[in-house]
Design a protein. Structure first.
Lengths: 191, 191
DNA sequence: AGTTTCAGATGACGTTGTCACCTGGATGAT
DNA sequence: ATCATCCAGGTGACAACGTCATCTGAAACT
């Protein structure tokens, strides 16, 4: 019934889930391999059968999040009912939503771990390609090449400011992340 | 010759410098209180006379960086020789430059430590007020309120993408941080 | 001169990441 | 069916780390 590879894969999933949970609750510091093992119902050394070390475990969590975001962005792109500008808005807000609801996960997604600095950039590949396709559908291939990086950067920055709580400052006059995204979409769509 | 408060202040500076150095070399993980003490010529427990814990030591390093950036931004703002658009460009690039040359420090500047999540937002206050003044000089008070947060966010995002090495991807067509800043300044100045 | 204050040193403790080694059951070959 | 192999998992151990309690000595104050 439960072959060896199946149970191993299940453990791996449980470890990933436990790590994601702990990351959410208390940040990377709270992700101890002992507690990850405990929550997955295995011992403290077991994670090493599935991940090289703690760093790679967190990378896997981040990669999983990027995969999910890529899927969501792809759904937006292929949604026939949605105006293109709304797709762009939705894609930007999807990223920001992660920053808002899961700040620790968000930071992991944009971290560059010492052992493999480009690991998460690779995991982000698919998601960002989908995003670029949406931008291209709105402003054309040419302009997309100019604005794509800027849009991703800006969305990243908006989320980053919100994650670090700096958007709430009255200095900005009570502006919300949604406002900034709308301004951004307008600026680009106007071209 | 050396009063007690003087030598204490000197030790504090030495600790801060050592911490900044270690942060630069190997990220927050590499900043061990033992090594900080050693490089400052004191023992492993001495830092606790000047900082409540490791978290507060890193906060102090980040706050110092924000203060430096605030000073640079203020110099730009009051430079009579410089066109306003160039001031804005310079201010944005100053932030990005930190991300490029000192990625670990950059991340600390935008982190929100569990113990005092708003600590670095407070430290950023002065720098961002100076920045906002430059934006206001370019597009007026009214528009500055609309674009200020967006510009900071975007600069932050550009730096963030570069820090995580994601800007180098050929997907973006070899765009540089400077290109993105120029596009941004043009978009805003056009209004 | 005596008292207080405080930077710094040191010993100790619990926690953590990690490794070496061991175990037992599933898998595959004969 | 028997046996050797593989490998997920468990356990003991170790070094490094953050942190605290305690001690020391010299400067500062009365």
């Amino acid at each position: 019934m439960v072959s060896r590879v199946e149970s191993a894969a299940a453990t791996r999933r449980a470890l990933l889930g436990a790590a994601a949970e702990l990351l959410d609750e208390g940040g990377p510091e709270a992700v101890t391999l002992r507690e990850v093992g405990a929550r997955a119902g295995v011992s403290r050394g077991a994670p090493y059968r599935h991940f090289a070390d703690k760093e790679n475990l967190l990378i896997a969590v981040g990669a999983q999040a990027w995969a999910g975001l890529g899927e969501r962005t792809g759904e937006l792109r292929t949604d026939a009912e949605l105006p293109v500008a709304a797709k762009l808005r939705g894609a930007l807000l999807a990223l920001i939503e992660i920053g808002r609801t899961q700040p620790h996960l968000y930071k992991v997604m944009f971290s560059n771990p010492p052992g493999d600095p480009a690991a998460l950039a690779r995991a982000a590949q698919h998601s960002q390609t989908e995003f670029l396709a949406i931008v291209a559908a709105l402003v054309g291939e040419e302009a997309a090449r100019r604005y794509g990086a800027l849009l991703i950067s800006s969305a990243n920055g908006i989320a980053g400011l919100e994650v670090s709580g700096q958007l709430a400052d009255e200095k900005w006059g009570g502006v919300t992340a949604e406002d900034l995204v709308d301004t951004l979409v307008d600026m680009v769509a106007r071209d």
